[in-house]
Design a protein around this ligand. Structure first.
Ligand SMILES: [Zn+2]
Length: 276
């Protein structure tokens, strides 16, 4: 079983000391640690942020070098320059407890037209330009492997999501609807960065496109939002068809440091931006 090195200050101090010993420096560990934190205030902040995270999140964070972690983190933060600053951050935390307003709509939604790269099975589909471009790259890679992806759902307005949730409550009852559908203001779809591939059900995972996407999406910056076995974390049951575009750097960060669970990484990034 993996043991988190970030689970307590003590563990982090051991971590720093480990780095020092491996660098062949003096063994005055506490002083060395203080010096390190003075030299790099990010290390102290890292400790505060990681300490604030849930036990479940801490448990998936593997052993590693905190300076390597910070270098990876800064690469992810830097990657935000690839996204429009007029819209919400690509790492905006949205879930059952973190919402977006009724009036939020991405500035420049691109309408998805019928095309040769991927199929669409609904009208009125649209995405933020960054995710639209990334979808084309993903679809081209799939095409190169002889696979056509079908897009079924993309941006949804607050109003649309409100009606959709009400619909699922009617069909499945409130309890089931809460597991599969987001209330208005809590859906990644309102950000214009998430999409559902078809078919929008568990059968997708066993299709050839489903297996291809599961294996390859992250290489192109698409992250599976609601993985199997994390309903207590994400609030939603496994959705093999739902991906959010966050960029290649963030997908790598998610896989390397957060057990490949998007929710843990988003919570970390949210806390990092919030804390001094
Ligand atoms: Zn979805």
């Amino acid at each position: 079983m993996k043991k988190s090195v970030f689970s307590s200050l003590c563990a982090i101090l051991m971590f720093f000391c480990g780095s020092f010993v491996s660098c062949g420096q003096k063994k005055n560990k506490p002083a060395a640690t203080e010096n390190l934190q003075v030299q790099n205030p990010d290390l102290a902040k890292l400790n505060r942020v990681l300490s604030s995270m849930s036990e479940r999140a801490k448990n998936v964070i593997p052993n590693g070098n905190p300076e390597e972690f910070l270098a990876d983190l800064h690469r992810v933060l830097e990657s935000r320059k690839n996204f429009s600053s007029e819209d919400l951050s690509p790492f905006y935390l949205i879930d059952k407890n973190h919402t977006v307003g009724a009036d939020y709509e991405p500035k420049n939604l691109v309408h998805l037209e019928k095309n040769d790269l991927f199929a669409i099975n609904k009208n009125n589909l649209s995405l933020r330009p960054e995710s639209y471009e990334a979808l084309k790259v993903l679809a081209q890679a799939a095409k190169n492997d002889g696979i056509t992806l079908t897009v079924s759902s993309t941006y949804r307005s607050y109003e649309y999501q409100k009606n959709l949730f009400a619909y699922w409550v009617k069909v499945d009852g409130l309890e089931e609807a809460e597991r599969e559908s987001a209330r208005e203001g809590t859906s990644q779809h309102q950000l214009g960065m998430a999409l559902d591939f078809a078919p929008v059900d568990d059968a997708f995972a066993d299709t050839v496109p489903g297996q291809w996407v599961y294996k390859n999406a992250a290489k192109y910056g698409w992250s599976l939002s609601f993985p199997h076995g994390y309903e207590d974390i994400t609030g939603y049951r496994w959705e093999s068809w739902h991906f959010r575009y966050i960029g290649v750097e963030a997908c790598e960060f998610q896989k390397k440091w957060f057990g490949d669970v998007q929710q843990f990484m988003m919570e970390f990034l949210d806390a990092w931006e919030d804390k001094l």
